[in-house]
Design a protein around this ligand. Structure first.
Ligand SMILES: N[C@H](CCC[C@H](N)C(=O)O)C(=O)O
Length: 256
């Protein structure tokens, strides 16, 4: 079966995107998803994103990690908006449906501001914070992030959580409003160059634990720079926006 695909990346978090409005993609076949995401035997990506029609929203976004597990993806959401614009589905504002519900987004040049879900599930522990930002995230401050063993320690922590586990974000504070992040992602089972739901969890966790009093946070990641803004009311984080670039890389056809 020949499938047309588009490759996008958002601060280095990269995705194979498919216009699946005709429902041709075999989404139940996790072997095919893993094969397409394989960086040697396939196209190579952190995950696959399908765009489908939805009667109540501009489109529906379905995200699969490289291992075929389904969840929400923040950088993927930003890339889905850029892809929907390239398909002529949307202009510069849109509301779409995803794994964790509806999302509003705005495009300015190739910078996408994506509204995330309200975040209320935040658990502050002795040396870490857990937050649900559309998927599970563990947040932990470290001192020397540059040389930190992200893969080894990330993998241990990822599997220490009950199924389905958690993504793991290691953070170093740069200044009052800036936090550098490196992330081990469940479902990719490796460090990725950026994680949108991850930096969202980090920004909220840093505010929740009084490491910052700002509600506009800069988050340099391995693949670039993301920004998260929010308002906080009685411990619930609302008007949460993830802002950053989403870039078209190339398109082609794969025979699967
Ligand atoms: N890179 C994604 C995170 C995907 C989360 C996925 N790894 C999972 O929760 O299983 C993001 O930008 O939010």
């Amino acid at each position: 079966m020949k499938i047309d695909f588009y490759k996008f990346q958002g601060t280095g978090n990269d995705f194979v995107m498919v216009d699946n409005r005709t429902k041709i993609f075999p989404k139940e076949n996790t072997d095919i998803i893993s094969q397409i995401c394989d960086r040697h035997f396939g196209i190579g990506a952190d995950g696959i994103i399908l765009i489908e029609n939805d009667e109540n929203f501009d489109f529906k976004m379905i995200y699969f990690n490289a291992d075929g597990s389904e969840t929400f993806c923040g950088n993927g959401g930003r890339c889905a908006v850029a892809f929907a614009k390239k398909l002529g589905l949307v202009d510069n504002k849109t509301t779409f449906l995803a794994f964790d519900g509806e999302h509003f987004a705005e495009i300015e040049n190739n910078i996408i501001s994506l509204q995330m879900i309200d975040v209320s599930e935040i658990i502050v522990k002795e040396n870490s914070v857990f937050a649900y930002t559309g998927t599970q995230h563990h947040v932990e401050l470290v001192t020397d992030l540059e040389n930190y063993p992200v893969f080894d320690n990330g993998k241990k922590i990822r599997y220490s959580y009950d199924n389905p586990g958690s993504n793991v974000n290691f953070v170093q504070q740069i200044n009052d409003t800036t936090f550098r992040v490196r992330t081990y992602e469940k479902g990719v089972e490796d460090e990725t160059l950026a994680c949108g739901t991850g930096v969202t969890a980090v920004a909220i966790a840093m505010h929740k634990t009084n490491k910052t009093s700002s509600n506009l946070i800069s988050l340099p990641v391995e693949g670039g720079k993301l920004e998260v803004s929010f308002t906080e009311e009685n411990g619930i984080y609302k008007n949460v926006f993830l802002k950053g670039p989403a870039t078209f890389v190339f398109n082609g056809t794969i025979d699967i």
